[in-house]
Design a protein around this ligand. Structure first.
Ligand code: ZN
Ligand code: ZN
Length: 165
């Protein structure tokens, strides 16, 4: 925990491979912080923070912003840098999921958002871009609080690709 103007901030350890967007969502929920409240605490532009949770909108952080945010979150700069979204040219815009990975560890993995990667390298299974039961696209990983389809509530861990079960 660190001292913040309005009280305590709970620091969370990221899980190896976790995307920054997913981590920031967990961090904000643990601390009941909106994007703008967190941006204010870190004193960075709220648009930058929004861009980290929605990389398709994102602007890369400069070194100073990166240091500030890493420090605030209690992460080393190298840990933090590993969690950053792929650069725009290598970013797969639609949120993707490997249900088997999620069953092992309920996080959104950074590796799923790289263009050119169509399969999970651990499970040799195609990455899903929508719920196989109802076809609803996945929400941003920062909003994956319930770990299920927002439309039909099928848990992510039970989403098996119909052509690959
Ligand atoms: Zn997998
Ligand atoms: Zn669904």
């Amino acid at each position: 925990m660190i001292d913040a103007p309005d009280g305590w901030i709970f620091q969370l350890a990221p899980i190896l491979g976790e995307s920054l967007g997913h981590y920031l969502g967990r961090f904000r929920r643990a601390n009941c912080l909106s994007q703008s409240a967190l941006a204010e605490l870190v004193s960075i532009d709220a648009r930058l923070l929004r861009g980290l949770e929605m990389p398709s909108l994102g602007q890369p952080l400069n070194v100073e912003q990166l240091k500030k945010l890493a420090y605030f979150l209690g992460l080393s700069e190298s840990n933090f840098a590993e969690m950053l979204p792929p650069v725009r040219s290598q970013l797969h815009l639609t949120t993707r999921l490997c249900s088997k990975c999620y069953a092992n560890e309920p996080i959104h993995r950074q590796a799923w958002q790289c263009t050119g990667v169509e399969q999970c390298d651990r499970h040799d299974a195609p990455l899903l871009t929508a719920c196989p039961a109802c076809g609803t696209a996945f929400r941003l990983p920062a909003l994956w609080e319930n770990g299920c389809c927002e439309q039909c509530w099928l848990p992510f861990r039970e989403m098996h690709n119909p052509s690959f079960s």
